[in-house]
Design a protein around this ligand. Structure first.
Ligand code: NAD
Length: 273
C-alpha cells in the first residue's frame, strides 16, 4: 500500500464508467484524480471533473488529449473503446506510466498489440473489475474440471442498450475459463449464434446468447446441463460502482508492480490453478 496518494488519470472521464471512476477515486485516501481526459469536442472538455462526478470541486479540468497531462499522473484508468486504448498505450510506452484497462471488444490483432505493450508497461487488463465476477471465474474453472465433458456448457449475458460489443468481454472471459479447464480452444468450439436448421448440438461446443435491453448493468449465467440436472453460476451487477471500485483497487495495487500483464486474480491474490 503506497504512503503517498497515487496520482490517477481517468481516460474516458465523461463516459458511464468514467464518471463512476471519478467518484470511486474520491472515496479512497491513497489515490487522487490528477488528470481527466475525454474525446475532443465533448462538452466536458475544460470543465472541472466535479461536474461529471457530481462530487466536490477537484481543480482538475477534463482535457482532450493525454499528452498534455502526461506529467500529472502515475497510473491511468481507461474505459473507452479499443482503438482509443491502443493509441493511448502507444503514448505510454517507455514513459514509466502504468495503466488499468477496462475497455472490452478488442479483436485478436488488437489483443496482440495490447499484450506486446505489457513487455515494457505495467498493465492490469480485466473484462470485469467486480470481485464477484473474479470469484465466479475461479468457481467456473473448478466446476468445469469437476463436471468434465458430460455437461453441455451455455453462457448467456444481458446488458444495457448502449453496449457496442457482443458477446460481452466478461462472457468471453467465462468462456475461456471453462474452455481452458476442459482442454478446449474457445476459438474452435464457441457458437455465437444459432438460426434455422442448425443440426444437433455439438457436445464439445460452448454456446453464447446475448440480450441488449434497457439499463441492465450486466448479468451473466453459465449453465452446465447434464442428464437429469443443471448447475448455473450467475453474477448480477446492480451498480457500475462495483466495476469502478475494483479498477481503482487495481490501480493502487499496480503502483508497486513492474512491467507485465496482470488481471484481477493478481490484484486480489486469488489462485487460478
Ligand atoms: P461510454 O461510451 O459511456 O464511455 C466511453 C467514453 O470514452 C466516452 O465519454 C467517450 O467520449 C470517451 N472517448 C471516446 N474517444 C476518446 C478519446 N479519443 N480519448 C478519451 N476519451 C474518449 O462507455 P462505458 O459504458 O463507460 O464503457 C466503456 C468501455 O468499458 C466499454 O468497452 C465497456 O464494455 C467497458 N466496460 C468494462 C467494464 C469492466 O469491468 N472491465 C465494466 C463496464 C464497462
Amino acid at each position: 500500500m503506497p504512503n503517498t496518494p497515487v496520482n490517477i488519470a481517468i481516460n474516458g472521464a465523461a463516459g458511464r464508467m468514467g464518471r463512476q471512476l471519478l467518484s470511486a477515486v474520491a472515496e479512497v485516501d491513497n489515490a487522487k484524480v490528477s488528470a481527466a481526459i475525454d474525446a475532443p469536442g465533448q462538452p466536458s472538455i475544460g470543465v472541472d471533473t466535479s461536474v461529471l462526478s457530481g462530487g466536490q470541486a477537484t481543480g482538475v479540468s477534463t482535457v482532450d488529449n493525454a499528452a498534455s497531462v502526461m506529467s500529472h499522473f502515475d497510473t491511468i484508468i481507461d474505459f473507452t473503446a479499443p482503438a482509443v486504448t491502443l493509441a493511448l498505450l502507444e503514448q505510454l510506452r517507455g514513459s514509466g506510466k502504468r495503466i488499468v484497462i477496462g475497455t472490452t471488444g478488442f479483436n485478436a490483432e488488437q489483443l496482440k498489440q495490447l499484450y506486446a505493450a505489457a513487455k515494457d508497461t505495467p498493465i492490469v487488463f480485466a473484462a470485469n473489475y467486480s470481485i464477484g465476477v473474479t470469484v465466479a471465474l475461479s468457481l467456473l474453472r473448478k466446476a468445469a474440471q469437476a463436471l468434465g465433458d458430460d455437461y453441455d456448457v451455455e453462457i448467456s449475458e444481458a446488458h444495457h442498450h448502449h453496449k457496442v460489443d457482443a458477446p460481452s468481454g466478461t462472457a468471453l472471459a467465462m468462456g475461456h475459463a471453462v474452455a481452458d479447464a476442459l482442454n478446449r480452444d474457445l476459438d474452435e468450439c464457441a457458437v455465437y449464434a444459432r438460426e434455422g436448421i442448425t443440426g444437433a448440438r455439438d457436445p464439445k461446443s460452448i454456446g453464447f446468447a446475448t440480450v441488449r435491453a434497457g439499463d441492465i448493468v450486466g448479468e451473466h449465467t453459465v449453465l452446465f446441463a447434464g442428464n437429469g440436472e443443471r448447475l448455473e453460476i450467475t453474477h448480477k451487477a446492480n451498480d457500475r460502482m462495483t466495476f469502478a471500485r475494483g479498477a481503482v483497487r487495481a490501480a493502487i495495487w499496480l503502483s508497486s508492480q513492474p512491467a507485465g500483464l496482470y488481471d484481477m486474480t493478481h490484484v486480489l491474490g486469488i489462485e487460478k490453478e
